[in-house]
Write a protein that binds this ligand. Structure first.
Ligand SMILES: [Zn+2]
Length: 268
């Protein structure tokens, strides 16, 4: 390693994957898909953060199942996907930097030894190597689209654990939102028309400036229509489930697009 260059690149060694994963960058859909918790990679320099493999594969490390849904949905909708390869335990790309949950010392009931007592340099290195390039890329893509007059609706894809802190969650899917009053009610209506679904309205989470980053910063602050989507992880645990949910969401978002065009909320 080049010891004179102890900045962002100091976190990565040869063989570490780049943080940002993109698919369908020329996709024609108005929906721009983001996936903050797509991957669970850890820079080699950080080892296993002091955790056993059993912790590094469960929901505290990433959003299980959502990568398969995001990949397939991007293809079905012909939508640009921007995703993060690194684990939320290294730095959570949907938390404001500096918030206690940004680099969590404890997640659910698990203490993260590798996140204890981090010096400011170490915190900054994670931000510069992982968080910043991801959000810079989302901002660039939105800039480019708006400059070109391309309609842009941000959809932030997540999955949630069926049981959290001992409490079972009944919803199959939830829409998450805060300031956008255009897309979320339409999406709720379309999802509730699916007879077999229990749909959460800002459940199991709601979007807020304190607990989120991607929607407030990239969509709300720029006046873009947006929604978060949370799918229960047991429904997308295998490729068949991921395909089914991507098929269903492609249909539902297709209907939403048609309605938004009819309402002149998207260019006809
Ligand atoms: Zn998530």
């Amino acid at each position: 390693m080049d010891l004179e260059n102890v900045g962002a690149t100091s976190l990565f060694l040869e063989g570490d994957a780049p943080p940002v994963l993109e698919d369908n960058t020329t996709g024609r859909s108005p929906f721009l898909l983001t996936c903050d918790h797509y991957g669970r990679a850890i820079p080699r320099l950080l080892g296993d953060l002091g955790l056993p493999a059993s912790e590094l594969t469960r929901h505290i490390a990433w959003d299980p199942g959502i990568a398969g849904v995001a990949d397939a949905l991007s293809k079905h909708l012909d939508a640009h996907l921007i995703a993060q390869r690194y684990s939320r335990l290294v730095i959570d790309c949907n938390r404001p930097p500096g918030a206690p949950s940004s680099i969590p010392r404890i997640s659910e009931a698990t203490v993260i030894p590798g996140n204890e007592g981090l010096a400011r340099d170490a915190t900054e290195a994670r931000r510069e190597a992982i968080f910043d390039p991801y959000h810079r890329r989302i901002a660039e893509v939105i800039d480019r689209r708006l400059h070109a007059g391309t309609a842009t609706v941000l959809v932030s894809l997540h999955s949630f654990t069926p049981v959290y802190a001992g409490i079972a969650r009944p919803w199959h899917i939830g829409t998450l939102y805060h300031r956008d009053t255009r897309l979320p009610p339409l999406l709720l209506k379309l999802l509730r028309a699916e007879a077999d679904l229990v749909v959460g309205d800002n459940e199991p989470y709601a979007v807020s400036d304190e607990t989120d980053y991607t929607i407030p910063v990239h969509a709300e602050a720029r006046g873009l229509m947006n929604t978060g989507i949370e799918i229960r992880q047991d429904l997308i645990a295998d490729p068949a489930g991921q395909r089914q949910w991507a098929d269903r969401l492609a249909r539902v978002f297709g209907e939403a697009e048609t309605t938004l065009r009819a309402q002149r909320l998207l260019p006809g």
